[in-house]
Write a protein that binds this ligand. Structure first.
Ligand code: BGC
Length: 784
C-alpha cells in the first residue's frame, strides 16, 4: 500500500468501502463489515483467520448459561445469566503460497480493499499480496449470509498468481471454540466463555464435512456443515478430515501463470434446544444439498432481489450531505440484517454483529427498531413481536415470582428469562412492558393484521395492562401512581411516577381496553371482564403525571427538579461515560440525564403535551442530557425538529447515523448499535418528516434542516405505500399503491389519491436557543 493512498471508509451512496490495510482498525471493521440475516451473523474477519480483532459467528438464540454471582443475594434475583456463543466458524479459508502462509502481518499488501455492498448484500475483498519471499497473488472474495435461505452462508474465494506459476494450498475450515481474548472491566462487554462448545460428532466425505456440538450448561445443540465446489477440479488434489473442533478441506494445486483457483464454500447452520444432534446434522446436510444445487450465482441473485425489494420500500434519500446519505443506507442495511429473518427470536441490541451486552435484547427492539420495520417490512416487525409472545409464559412466571399480576418481560435476555442482575437498571425498568405494548399497538394500527391481533397482540396488551394495575395504586387523592420504577434514563433509578413510564402505561391500559371492546370473544377467552376493563380505564384516566408549576416543566419523575445539579463544569471530558467513572449513588441523586427520557415521552406521547410545554421541557432537559447511551441522539433529533431547532436536529441525526462509522462511543468493536442505526431512520421520518402515527390518523410536519435540499422516504401504511418528498418550500405526498387515504400535513387534513399532493411548509415558529452540558454538544455538522 503506497503511503499517500487514503485509508478509511470511502464515501459512496450504496456501499461502504475501506481502502488500505490498517491492522489496528480490524476490530472495528469486523463489526461494520459484519453480515447477517437475523438468523446467522458473521463478523467481517479475514478468510485466513488471522490477523483478527474479535472473531465471531453467532446464531440467534444460541447462548450459554452462566451463574450470576451476587455479593449479597436477595429474593427474586435471577440466578443465571446468558451469553451469546461464538459458534463454529465457517468463514476460514487459509492459503499457502509456495509454502508461505498468507498473513497480512507479513509480506506486503500491495493493494487491499473491502466493500460492503448495500444492494448486493455481500462483503467483497480484493487483496494483492507479496509474500516475504517475493511471490505475488491476488485474492478476490465475496461472501453473503443469505436472506432467502436463512440457514446458509456462501463464500466465493479466488486466487490468481501475479508473477508466474505458483503452488497453492488452500485449507477451508470449520473451527469451533476459537480462543478469544477479553480483558476489560466495561460492563457492556460480553462475559468471557472458555471452550463453550462440547463436541458431539464430526464427519467428512468428498468435499463435505459436519461438526456437531452442544453447550455445556444451557444444553443447546448445533451443527455446522460445509461443502465446496473447486474449479479447476481436475488440477486439484483434495483431502477432507473432521475431528472434534476442526473440519478441514485441503486443496493442493499448481496454477499456471494465467490460471485461477476458484473455491465456492457453502456453510449451513442448524441449532435447537429440542432436536437431537443427528436431526440437526441431517438438517444442515439437507441445507447444503440445496445450496450446492442452487449455486452461488442464484444465491447472489436472490440476495440482490431481496434487497431490491427492501430498498424500494425503505430507502431514505438525502440531498446535500453525501456522507450522511451513505450513513443512512449503512444504517438501514444493518437494521434489515438484524431483523430480516429473526423469525420469532429476539433482535439483540448489537444485532448479530458482536458479543456486546452478551448478545441480549432490550427495549431497544420495540422502541427503536420496530418503528422502522413496522413501516417498511411489517412481517419482520410481527416476527419480533412473536418472540415476546412466545416468551409470555416466562413473563407471567416472572410477574408471579415478584408478586405481580399479568406479565413482566425481562429487561435483558436472549431466551426470555430475566438476565439482569442489577435491579435498579434492570427489572425496575418496568417500562419495557409498556414498550412491548406500544410496539404491538403500533404494528396493529399500521397493518390492520387481525389475525395477529386475535392470536397474539391482544394478549400482549392485556397481560401488560394487568401488570400496571398490580404495580400501581390509586392514592388517597384518587391519582394512579406507579412508584419505584426506573425510566429510560439510567442515571436516575427507583423513582416515583416517571412521566415516560406513566404515559406509556396509560396508553397500554387504554389500548388493552379498546381492543378488548373490539374483540369481545378474545377478551372473554382471556378472562377480561367489564370490571377489569373499567379498572384499566380508571387508572389511565387518573394516571399521575407530575408537573413543576414553579419551573414550568415536567419533572422526569416526582422530585427530579429538586435534586442537586451535577457538576458539569468539574467533569473532565475523559470521565464520560460517567457510569465508568462515578458511583451510581451519586449519579442517581443529581439532575443528570444519561439518555432521552422525558424527551422520549414527548415524542411517543406527543398528545400529552402542549407545544409550549414541549419547547420548555426540551430546553430544560437538553442542558442535563449527556448522551452516555447511543439511544439518545435520535430521540433528541426528533424533538429538536418538532420544536424548531433544525440545525441541532440535524447534528443529532448525524450523530445517530454515524455512531458506528465514526465509533463515537469507542466500543464498535463489540458490535454495532442497532437502536441508534434504526434511530437514524426515526430522525429522518419522525424528525424531519414529523411523522406521528396516532392510531386513527397519520400526521406529518415536514421541514428540512438548512444544509439539506431534500429528504425522501417511503412508508407502508394500512395496506398502502406512501412516499413523502420534502423540499425547502413544500412537501409532496405520493400514493405509490393502495386505496386513497386521509393524512395530516402541519395540522391540515387532506386526502391523498392517485395524484401527488404538494403542500407548503409553514415558516418556523420563533425559538429560543438551547444549550447542552459543557462539552456534550453534538458535533456541529455545519462546521465539518
Ligand atoms: C441504555 C439502555 C439500552 C442498553 C442497550 C444502555 O446503555 O441505557 O437504554 O437498552 O444500553 O442498548
Amino acid at each position: 500500500m503506497s503511503e499517500d493512498e487514503e485509508k478509511g471508509y470511502e464515501i459512496a451512496p450504496w456501499r461502504l468501502r475501506w481502502r488500505g490495510l490498517d491492522l489496528h482498525e480490524l476490530h472495528r471493521t469486523e463489526s461494520t463489515f459484519a453480515l447477517s440475516n437475523g438468523h446467522i451473523g458473521m463478523r467481517g474477519t479475514f478468510e485466513e483467520g488471522e490477523p483478527r480483532g474479535l472473531p465471531g459467528t453467532y446464531l440467534n438464540g444460541f447462548y450459554e448459561r452462566r451463574p450470576l454471582p451476587y455479593a449479597e443475594a436477595g429474593y427474586g434475583y435471577p440466578e443465571d445469566g446468558q451469553t451469546v456463543v461464538n459458534v463454529t466458524d465457517g468463514s476460514i479459508i487459509r492459503l499457502l503460497v509456495d509454502d508461505e502462509p498468507l498473513d497480512m502481518r507479513y509480506g506486503t499488501a500491495l493493494f487491499h480493499e473491502r466493500t460492503l455492498d448495500f444492494r448486493a448484500g455481500t462483503l467483497r475483498r480484493v487483496t494483492e499480496w507479496e509474500s516475504p519471499t517475493g511471490r505475488r497473488v491476488r485474492i478476490t472474495s465475496e461472501r453473503l449470509v443469505s436472506f432467502t435461505s436463512r440457514a446458509l452462508v456462501a463464500i466465493r474465494y479466488e486466487v490468481e498468481p501475479l508473477d508466474g506459476e505458483v503452488e497453492l494450498v488452500v485449507q477451508s475450515d470449520l473451527l469451533a471454540n476459537e480462543p478469544i481474548e477479553s480483558a476489560t472491566k466495561d460492563p457492556r462487554v460480553a462475559a468471557a466463555l472458555d471452550d463453550p462448545l462440547v463436541a458431539d460428532a464430526a464427519s467428512a466425505s468428498d468435499m463435505r464435512a459436519t461438526l456437531a456440538h452442544h453447550t455445556r450448561s444451557s444444553g443447546l445443540r448445533m451443527a455446522a456443515a460445509m461443502d465446496h465446489q473447486v474449479e479447476p477440479l481436475e488440477a486439484a488434489q483434495c483431502r477432507i478430515q473432521a475431528e472434534g473442533d476442526l473440519a478441514r478441506l485441503t486443496i493442493a494445486v499448481d496454477l499456471p501463470a494465467d490460471g485461477k483457483l476458484r473455491l465456492t464454500k457453502y456453510v449451513a447452520y442448524g441449532w435447537s434446544a429440542q432436536r437431537s444432534s443427528p436431526a440437526l446434522q441431517a438438517q444442515v446436510d439437507a441445507a447444503l444439498a440445496q445450496a450446492v444445487e442452487t449455486g452461488w450465482d442464484t444465491l447472489a441473485h436472490r440476495q440482490r432481489e431481496f434487497l431490491d425489494h427492501f430498498w424500494s420500500v425503505a430507502d431514505v434519500e438525502i440531498d446535500g450531505d453525501t456522507e450522511l446519505q451513505q450513513a443512512i443506507r449503512f444504517a438501514l442495511f444493518h437494521v434489515i440484517q438484524a431483523g430480516a429473518r429473526g423469525e420469532t427470536r429476539a433482535i439483540p441490541a448489537k444485532g448479530l454483529t458482536g458479543p456486546g451486552y452478551d448478545g441480549h435484547a432490550f427495549w431497544d427492539t420495540e422502541m427503536f427498531v420496530l418503528p422502522l420495520l413496522t413501516y417498511t417490512l411489517p412481517d419482520a416487525a410481527r416476527d419480533a413481536l412473536m418472540w415476546r409472545y412466545r416468551t409470555l409464559d416466562k413473563a407471567r412466571a416472572r410477574a408471579r415470582q415478584l408478586g405481580q399480576a399479568g406479565a413482566m418481560f425481562p429487561w435483558r435476555s436472549i431466551n426470555g428469562d430475566e438476565c439482569s442482575g442489577y435491579w435498579p437498571a434492570g427489572t425496575a425498568a418496568f417500562h419495557v412492558n409498556a414498550d412491548v405494548a406500544n410496539a404491538t399497538a403500533r404494528y396493529l394500527a399500521a397493518t390492520d393484521d387481525e389475525q395477529f391481533a386475535e392470536e397474539c397482540g391482544i394478549e400482549l396488551l392485556v397481560e401488560t395492562a394487568r401488570l400496571w394495575i398490580s404495580l400501581g395504586h390509586h392514592d388517597a387523592h384518587g391519582e394512579f401512581r406507579i412508584d419505584g420504577v426506573t425510566g429510560p434514563d439510567e442515571y436516575s433509578a427507583i423513582t416515583d411516577n416517571n412521566v415516560y413510564t406513566n404515559l406509556m402505561a396509560q396508553q397500554n391500559l387504554i389500548e388493552a381496553a379498546r381492543y378488548c371492546e373490539r374483540y369481545p370473544a378474545v377478551a372473554r377467552y382471556l378472562d377480561v371482564t367489564e370490571e377489569e376493563a373499567a379498572r384499566w380505564r380508571a387508572a389511565a384516566e387518573h394516571m399521575r403525571i407530575p408537573y413543576d408549576e414553579a419551573l414550568g416543566v415536567h419533572p422526569q419523575s416526582d422530585g427530579f427538579t429538586h435534586h442537586a445539579e451535577w457538576d458539569f463544569a468539574g467533569t473532565p471530558a475523559e470521565n464520560y461515560p460517567l457510569l465508568l467513572h462515578y458511583p451510581y449513588f451519586d449519579l442517581y441523586r443529581k439532575q443528570l440525564v444519561k439518555q432521552a427520557d422525558l424527551v422520549l415521552a414527548m415524542y411517543v406521547r406527543g398528545d400529552a403535551f402542549s407545544y409550549e410545554q414541549k419547547a420548555a421541557n426540551f430546553a430544560y432537559y437538553e442542558a442535563l442530557t449527556v448522551r452516555d447511551s447511543s439511544l439518545s441522539a435520535c430521540v433528541q433529533a426528533v424533538m429538536a425538529a418538532e420544536v424548531g431547532h433544525m440545525e441541532l436536529a440535524y447534528d443529532y441525526l448525524a450523530e445517530a447515523a454515524l455512531t458506528d462509522l465514526h465509533d463515537l462511543h469507542d466500543n464498535v468493536r463489540n458490535g454495532l448499535h442497532i437502536a441508534s442505526l434504526a434511530g437514524a431512520w426515526m430522525a429522518c421520518v419522525a424528525g424531519f418528516g414529523g411523522m406521528r402515527d396516532c392510531g386513527d390518523r397519520v400526521e406529518f410536519a415536514p421541514r428540512l434542516p438548512p444544509r439539506l435540499t431534500r429528504i425522501s422516504f417511503n412508508l407502508r401504511l394500512r395496506g398502502r405505500e406512501v412516499r413523502v418528498d420534502i423540499g425547502k418550500e413544500e412537501a409532496t405526498y405520493h400514493l405509490r399503491s393502495g386505496a386513497p387515504m386521509r393524512l395530516v400535513h402541519h395540522g391540515t387534513d387532506f386526502k391523498l389519491g392517485a395524484a401527488p399532493e404538494r403542500m407548503p411548509i409553514p415558516d418556523l415558529p420563533p425559538i429560543s436557543p438551547v444549550r447542552q452540558p459543557p462539552g456534550r454538544a453534538p458535533i456541529a455538522r455545519s462546521e465539518l
